[in-house]
Design a protein around this ligand. Structure first.
Ligand code: OGA
Ligand code: MN
Length: 277
């Protein structure tokens, strides 16, 4: 196994392994690297849906996909779903389309968001469609004290009405007042469930609200926080190769996806892991 840091801030590339053949010691090494670097990029994996689930399950119990994705499940691998822009027989085979997906943490709008997200590139695009990652432990550590003081002890409401692609979820109403948006509330500075290291936990910008704060003030503070945590020094931008297997720590990172040519095919398989509580 060979590893290499992708940027100083985050991401470690792993080559020379087959995740199907990892013994416990090998997995422990990968898991430690993942906790430390927040994102691992494992190259050249050849997995079936069931094998992807088996590997993902080594990080913990699998968390079912968002309700909106349940209908696209694979019989052999019911916990896996698809992220894709491909339309077959008039129906999208996966989620998120080809547009931009804004910066987000996966499912932060539920009380216990997933710990790990696994994304496996089956068919990738090279023009656009890159996935950006930000290390939110690093962003918090480097945050100017004056900004951090304003966030200390605060709770953020994470709206559940829209997907990261900006689509209103089924059965949801458009948000006109962020103070009554549905979703879940989490501390803005949140300790990691395994390492206890604190990370900035902001979810997504759209319809965020710092609970109890005047909306104008909350908007201004959220804008400052987002401008801070998406600075280049905290980021890694992933250019996909087919058969890349990515696992990010959803407790300590944010990610976004660039738009890409709608006529190109992009097909990714996806699993996620339930957090330890
Ligand atoms: C996800 C996600 C980004 C991408 O699967 O949670 O945000 O690059 N995907 O497809
Ligand atoms: Mn996501």
């Amino acid at each position: 196994m060979k590893t290499r840091n992708l940027t100083p801030a985050t991401g470690s590339e792993i080559t020379g392994i087959d995740v199907r053949a990892l013994d416990d010691a090998g997995f422990a090494e990968i898991e430690a690297l993942w906790l430390q670097r927040c994102l691992i990029v494992i190259r050249d994996q050849h997995l079936t849906p069931a094998e992807l689930c088996t590997f993902s399950r080594r990080f913990g119990e699998l968390e079912p996909p968002p309700a909106s994705e349940a209908r696209r499940r694979d019989e052999e691998a019911p916990e896996m779903w698809v992220i894709s822009n491909v339309v077959e027989n008039g129906k999208a085979i996966g989620a998120l389309g080809s547009g931009e997906a804004e910066w987000h943490t996966d499912m932060s709008y539920i009380p216990a968001p997933p710990s790990a997200s696994v994304l496996y590139g089956r068919e990738v695009v090279t023009n656009g469609g890159r996935t950006w990652f930000g290390n939110m432990m690093a962003a918090l550590d480097a945050m100017p004290a004056r900004l951090r003081e304003r966030l200390e002890g605060k709770t953020i409401n994470h709206d559940s009405s829209y997907t990261s692609a900006g689509d209103l979820r089924k059965g949801m109403q458009p948000v006109t007042d962020v103070t009554v948006a549905p979703g879940a509330r989490h501390p803005a500075i949140r300790p990691h469930s395994v390492t206890a290291r604190e990370a900035l936990f902001t979810g997504r910008r759209t319809n965020g609200w710092i609970v109890g704060m005047d909306v104008a003030e909350s908007e201004e503070l959220l804008d400052q926080i987002w401008a801070w945590c998406t600075r280049e020094e905290f980021l890694y931008v992933h250019e996909w190769r087919a058969n890349d297997l990515l696992v990010w720590d959803n407790r300590s990172t944010i990610h976004r996806r660039e738009a890409f040519d709608a006529s190109a095919r992009r097909v990714m398989w996806r699993c996620q892991v339930r957090d330890v509580t």
